[in-house]
Write a protein that binds this ligand. Structure first.
Ligand code: ADP
Length: 416
């Protein structure tokens, strides 16, 4: 082996091991901008060129765009990114359309040399090596190495750049997907935040006038005589229903609650029962219902998120009142079973068909027959209650003896 051949082989081995190193780096980089820059620098380094660039096809316009260009000047970089490089009128376009490498010692000999890029960057390209970047058979862009002087390209230069281009295509595609996912996630989070802010502001703004209406309506109902009292009662009932709608709207965010979001403290069960009963007291009275309790002693306590358990209980009590015709009895009790505490709400209302036992806990679901009876609501109360109870590793279910024979809702929470 001649010393020139030996040196040539040693240089090849060095370049190939460099490409292996590069492959490891680019496959672990998911940030598009630094990835493109690294690939571009490597393209220049591995072919010993003065400069390199990456052009990618815009999926929407099907035009090529410079995504990385070897310049320190940010203004030139961003200007070049905006210039569409026509597929039919550029050497890079020819690489894409012909789906093959183009090797030119003098770009001026190519009929489609796109001079705008050189004019903008001030880099007068003389020789060019353009390689298609492919994912399977689909060309996603072009990797170019360029020189201002034409000292020619070797077969090795082309091979190295082809190896780099094939690795780069996959890495760029992955990073682009991640970038798009991040952008979509960011936009969705912002929308979600806007929605939550809107709901919070709207419900806050509605609550204040509503409490004034509730106060006056209940005063009038008690003080006025005859027809006026009936009108006041109608106003009171509507305002109470509206308050429940606002509560459901405000509590929408709990549909996705996880165990980590609970603020657990040790709370006597009786406290939670009394708070929930207190929340629905005025509505029960307005409907002429009797609320009977069977509360446990103070020593029965659970480590739970008090506010959220009370909210779940309130939703169930509200339904019991809403779906029971006037002057019924609602029984609210507590039982212990092995390692569980059961909270039980029994009503004398319209009942729930057996085939609906599961579905009523779905978001926005309402039993069709019940809707025709014009009960108001959004179909969220039970879904929110279920999410909150499940976050506590508890269970919630219903039983009903049949139409107009009432329903019994059970919440089971682990004692430990
Ligand atoms: P909403 O009460 O706002 O419609 P929920 O999620 O609280 O929403 O309840 C879902 C559906 O389950 C109700 O629309 C009703 O059809 C049924 N339901 C819930 N509680 C009772 C009950 N105590 N008696 C009869 N049907 C009920």
């Amino acid at each position: 082996m001649s010393s020139a051949q030996y040196l040539g082989d040693a240089a090849r081995v060095q370049k190939l091991s460099r490409l292996v190193e590069v492959s490891l780096v680019i496959n672990s980089t998911l940030d598009l901008e630094p990835l493109l820059r690294y690939i571009m620098d490597t393209a220049a380094e591995i072919t010993g060129s003065q400069s390199a660039s990456i052009l990618l096809i815009d999926a929407k316009t099907q035009e090529l765009h410079f995504m990385a260009f070897n310049t320190e000047d940010d203004a030139v970089q961003s200007h070049l990114k905006r210039i569409p490089v026509p597929l039919n009128d550029s050497i890079a376009g020819a690489v894409v359309l012909e789906n093959r490498p183009i090797v030119l010692d003098d770009v001026n000999t190519h009929p489609r040399h796109f001079r705008k890029a050189d004019d903008s960057s001030g880099f007068q390209t003389y020789s060019l090596l353009g390689i298609p970047m492919r994912i399977k058979d689909r060309v996603i862009g072009v990797l170019e190495a360029v020189n201002k002087i034409g000292d020619g390209w070797t077969e090795d230069d082309q091979t190295y750049l082809e190896i780099l281009a094939s690795q780069a295509a996959v890495a760029i595609e992955n990073a682009s997907l991640i970038t798009r996912l991040r952008t979509a996630y960011h936009e969705l989070s912002q929308l979600d935040k806007m929605k939550n802010d809107f709901i919070a502001i709207a419900s806050h703004e509605l609550r204040t006038p509503l409490s004034v209406i509730l106060g006056y309506a209940s005063f009038l109902k008690d003080e006025a005589q005859g027809e006026a009292s009936e009108h006041a009662e109608a106003v009171l009932n509507s305002a109470l229903r509206m308050r429940q709608l606002i509560e459901d709207m405000t509590n929408l965010r709990y549909l996705k609650i996880g165990e980590g979001e609970l603020e657990r403290t040790v709370v006597p069960v009786v406290d939670m029962m009394m708070m929930a009963a207190g929340d629905v007291q005025s509505m029960a009275e307005a409907n002429g219902h009797r609320l009977e309790y069977a509360t446990p002693g103070y020593d029965l306590a659970l480590k739970v998120d008090k506010g959220k358990i009370v909210m779940a209980l309130t939703n169930i009590l509200n339904n019991a009142i809403k779906f029971t015709s006037k002057s019924g009895t609602i029984r609210f009790g507590c039982q212990t079973h092995d390692n569980e505490v059961w909270l039980v709400v029994q009503d004398e209302g319209i009942g729930i068909p057996k085939d609906q036992y599961e579905r009523i806990f779905e978001e926005f679901y309402q039993v069709a027959d019940h809707m025709t009876r014009k009960h108001n609501g959004m179909g969220l109360g039970l879904a929110i209650a279920k999410a909150v109870i499940q976050a506590h590793r508890g269970r919630i279910w219903v039983q009903s003896a049949g139409e107009n024979k009432g329903s019994t809702f059970y919440i089971s929470l682990p004692l430990s």
